[in-house]
Unconditional design. Structure first.
Length: 343
């Protein structure tokens, strides 16, 4: 046990009073040697009671520490955590998530076994609220129709090399080699960082034998804001890394673009009206088929809500991507206003 590498877990959070307790409980229940573990909660000056919760945990557990994040945004929180971390392995964790007791030990073992630069597990979506809408959102963000070939969300049968992985354990020297998180990227900073790893010849491993649970957004409004922001910052990532990360990120934007173009031309061109009807009809047909296959698992009311969850997810991401493309690729926008950590 004394030879196990020291692991620093960094948790950026702001106003997560509903979820932070479960997150910390899961980490404190880890089977990893307690004396080789530290938990850094980087709090973005929470004002909803989160601070009182994390102070209680810090007072009860000597391995738990609080770091103030006065900038209140995720990349700054991650970099502050790195500055305070003492471990030779750094694990990034979300306040909306909880990990299995063997998650850290499994990821550390796979780091040593595989030679990977980062190792993470499957991310199993759970309803943020026990309601039809909550169950529909959790189903949408974990289905291939919703998120494409995002393997950590949809699942894999065996370990595989991937282009991104959530809640990963990273070798500490990696940050010296490729740099820290880009604080211009108020969203998608982990995607850009993972692409930087790949460009430096690094490798990211997804292991299905270890898993975390992620509590999805509770309402369609929260889902819209979250995926709009993800889409909006993706073109800035494209500009920074010099190319499109994966084809799946373009699909919602292309879908929205085709609908908008067909709608604009429809009054003058019959073929545009036909293409609009075909595109919308094909989307609805696939969506109905997916909902029918998922409904036995989530219930009839949630299955009906899923018919709205998918378009909210796709349209918000697609519109955000197009908006971001205009701002970052056409207007060459540099400065970005603040986006709160809580979503």
């Amino acid at each position: 046990m004394n030879t196990a590498p020291h692991v620093s877990v960094i948790i950026p959070c702001r106003n997560e009073v509903k979820y932070i307790g479960a997150c910390l409980d899961s980490l404190l229940a880890s089977d990893y040697p307690r004396e080789r573990l530290e938990i850094l909660i980087v709090d973005g000056m929470s004002d909803d009671g989160t601070r009182a919760v994390v102070e209680r945990y810090a007072g009860a557990s000597p391995i738990t520490r609080i770091v103030d994040n006065t900038q209140r945004v995720t990349p700054a929180a991650l970099n502050l955590g790195l500055a305070h971390a003492r471990g030779s392995i750094v694990m990034l964790m979300g306040a909306h998530a909880a990990c299995s007791s063997s998650y850290i030990s499994g990821a550390v073992a796979w780091l040593a076994r595989s030679g990977a630069d980062a190792v993470g597990g499957l991310c199993i979506a759970r309803p943020g609220r026990d309601s039809a809408v909550g169950r529909a959102i959790a189903a949408a963000v974990s289905h291939p129709f919703g998120v494409g070939n995002s393997h950590f969300r949809t699942g894999v049968d065996e370990p595989r090399w991937v282009d991104t992985v959530p809640f990963a354990c990273y070798r500490r020297e990696l940050f010296d080699r490729v740099g820290h998180f880009d604080e211009q990227l108020l969203r998608d900073q982990d995607d850009e960082f993972n692409q930087r790893i790949l460009r430096h010849g690094g490798r990211l491993l997804l292991v299905p034998g270890i898993a975390s649970e992620y509590y999805a957004r509770e309402s369609f409004g929260q889902l819209w804001r979250m995926f709009f922001q993800y889409g909006y910052f993706k073109p800035l990532v494209v500009r920074k890394v010099g190319g499109v990360l994966t084809g799946r990120q373009l699909v919602p934007a292309l879908f929205v673009s085709s609908l908008l173009l067909a709608a604009l031309l429809a009054p003058a061109l019959g073929v545009a009206r036909l293409l609009f009807a075909l595109a919308l009809g094909a989307y609805m047909a696939v969506e109905m088929a997916v909902a029918l296959t998922v409904t036995p698992r989530i219930g009839v009311r949630a299955g009906l809500a899923l018919l709205l969850a998918f378009p909210v997810l796709h349209l918000s991401y697609g519109i955000g991507y197009l908006w971001g493309a205009v701002d970052f690729l056409i207007r060459d926008r540099r400065a970005v206003g603040p986006v709160a950590l809580s979503r």
